[in-house]
Design a protein around this ligand. Structure first.
Ligand SMILES: [Zn+2]
Length: 423
C-alpha cells in the first residue's frame, strides 16, 4: 500500500532561494501550458458550449502528452528551465492536466460552481514532484536533483523507508515540507469469522455492533459545530465588502484560517478514533455503510435559496468528513490485516431491522419505535441492519445464525423477516 508521510524540512537561506527559483520555473510552465490550452479553447469556440458539453469532455489537440513533448524545445530556447530536473517540469504539466480533469469531473456531476484551473500568482510556491527519479536517499538523508547552482538540496529524514515512489516538495504557510509517497507492507487479510458493522452518524460519530451482539459507541465531538458559526460570521462580513478588495482579502484569509483549523481538528480526532476502532476490535472484517453522494445531484438545481445552499454545503462538507473517516479506517485496517467493506446503506436507518417496516425518520428523531415492539436507537438499528445486510448479501448463513443467536442473548429483538429481505 502507498502512504504519504509529511516531513517538515528546514532549508537554509541558500536552499530556500534554490527552491523558490525551481518552483518559479514550474509555476511559469504551468501558466504557459494553461494559456496554451485556454487559447485553443477559445479558438475552437468551445467556451460557448461550456455549460453543457453534452458530448463529454471538450476535445483537446493540445494535451498533456504534446505539451510534455515540447519541453525539450522550450529548454533549448529558454535555458533557465534547464535548472529544473526534467521529470519535475513534466509533472507540472501533469498537475495542470489533473486540475482540468477534476474540473470536468465536477461539471459532469452537475457542480456548476466548479471553475477551470486558474493562473498561479507570483507568490505561489508550486509543489514540485519528484516522481520515481531525481532524488536519492542514503540512510536518513534525501538529496533532490537540480541544475541551478552548486547548493545541494539535502534534507534530513526522520526514519528509513522501504521504497519511495515520489517526493513532493511544497510550502504551506511559510513552512516547507516533503511529502514522501512510500510503500508500506500490508498484512494479509484472513476472515476470522468475526465482524463489526458500523453506522456512521451525524450526531454520534460511529455506532458499531459486533458478531457477539455488543455495541460500541464513540462519543461525539463536533469541532465543526464550534467553528461553523464563526466561519459564517466572518464570511458574512466578507460578503459585504467589494470582492477582491484589500479588506475582502483580509477577511477571506481569516475565514480560510478558521476553516483549516476546524478541518485539522476533525482530522486529528478521526485519526485517533479510527486507530482505536481498528485496534480494539477482534473482528478482522469491518463493515461500513456506503456513503453515496446523493446531495451532489441536487446541486444541479441552481436556483436554491441562500439558506438551502448553505445547508447543502454543510451536508456535502459532512459527507466529506465521513468519507475521510472511512478512508482512515480502511488504510489503518489494511496495515494490520483487517479489511473494511462498504455495504449499501439505503434504508438502514429508516427500516425497522425486526419487521422491515419503513418509518419516517427525520434527523432529529433519535429513537425508532415500531409497532412490532422494537424500540431502539436510530444508529443502533442502522448498525444491526448493516450487519444483517452484509451477512445475507454474502450468503454467510452460519455467521448470520450466530449473529441472530447473540442478539437473543443480549436481549435484543430478533429479525422476523427472511434473511433475503435485508440484502
Ligand atoms: Zn418493526
Amino acid at each position: 500500500m502507498q502512504l504519504t508521510e509529511r516531513i517538515r524540512i528546514y532549508p537554509t537561506q541558500e536552499q530556500e532561494d534554490v527552491l523558490w527559483y525551481l518552483s518559479e520555473r514550474c509555476r511559469l510552465i504551468y501558466n504557459f501550458a494553461l494559456a496554451e490550452r485556454e487559447r485553443e479553447w477559445i479558438l475552437n469556440n468551445l467556451r460557448a458550449d461550456f455549460e453543457l458539453f453534452p458530448w463529454g469532455e471538450p476535445y483537446y489537440e493540445v494535451d498533456m502528452k504534446k505539451q510534455q513533448n515540447e519541453l525539450p524545445k522550450t529548454k533549448e530556447k529558454y535555458p533557465k528551465y534547464k535548472a529544473v530536473y526534467s521529470k519535475v517540469l513534466q509533472m507540472a504539466i501533469r498537475t495542470l492536466n489533473a486540475d482540468y480533469n477534476s474540473f470536468f469531473e465536477q461539471r459532469k456531476n452537475g457542480d456548476l460552481n466548479a471553475h477551470p484551473p486558474g493562473f498561479k500568482g507570483k507568490d505561489h510556491f508550486t509543489t514540485m514532484m519528484y516522481n520515481q527519479s531525481g532524488f536519492s536517499i542514503k540512510g536518513q538523508e534525501i538529496s533532490l536533483s537540480h541544475f541551478y547552482n552548486e547548493v545541494p538540496l539535502v534534507f534530513e529524514l526522520l526514519r528509513k523507508y522501504d521504497k519511495v515512489y515520489q517526493v513532493n516538495v511544497y510550502q504551506k504557510k511559510g513552512k516547507y515540507y516533503l511529502g514522501i509517497v512510500h510503500e508500506v507492507p500490508e498484512k494479509p487479510y484472513v476472515d476470522n469469522g468475526l465482524y463489526q458493522a458500523i453506522d456512521l452518524g451525524v450526531t454520534k460519530t460511529a455506532t458499531a455492533i459486533n458478531t457477539q451482539g455488543k455495541f460500541y459507541e464513540t462519543s461525539n465531538s463536533r469541532p465543526d459545530q464550534y467553528w461553523n458559526p464563526k466561519v459564517d460570521a466572518i464570511q458574512a462580513r466578507r460578503d459585504h465588502c467589494i470582492k477582491g478588495s484589500k479588506h475582502w482579502h483580509r477577511l477571506n484569509r481569516a475565514k480560510n484560517k478558521l476553516t483549516s483549523k476546524c478541518s485539522n481538528q476533525i482530522k486529528d480526532i478521526q485519526h485517533k478514533l479510527t486507530r482505536k476502532m481498528v485496534d480494539n476490535t477482534k473482528a478482522n472484517t469491518i463493515i461500513v455503510g456506503d456513503l453515496d453522494v446523493k446531495e451532489m445531484a441536487q446541486s444541479k438545481n441552481t436556483k436554491l435559496s441562500k439558506k438551502a445552499k448553505k445547508s447543502l454545503n454543510r451536508s456535502t462538507q459532512n459527507n466529506g468528513y465521513l468519507s475521510q473517516f472511512v478512508g482512515f479506517l480502511t488504510y489503518k485496517a489494511a496495515l494490520i490485516g483487517k479489511k473494511v467493506i462498504e455495504v449499501d446503506e439505503r434504508y438502514t436507518s429508516k427500516k425497522c431491522y425486526v419487521c422491515g417496516t419503513k418509518h419516517d425518520m427525520p434527523l432529529w428523531k433519535r429513537t425508532m419505535e415500531c409497532d412490532c415492539g422494537n424500540v431502539i436507537g436510530r444508529d443502533r438499528n442502522s448498525a444491526i441492519f448493516i450487519m444483517l445486510r452484509f451477512l445475507s448479501q454474502n450468503a454467510m448463513w452460519s455467521g448470520y445464525q450466530q449473529f441472530v443467536d447473540n442478539l437473543r442473548k443480549t436481549g435484543l429483538m430478533l429479525p422476523k423477516q427472511a434473511p433475503s429481505a435485508y440484502s
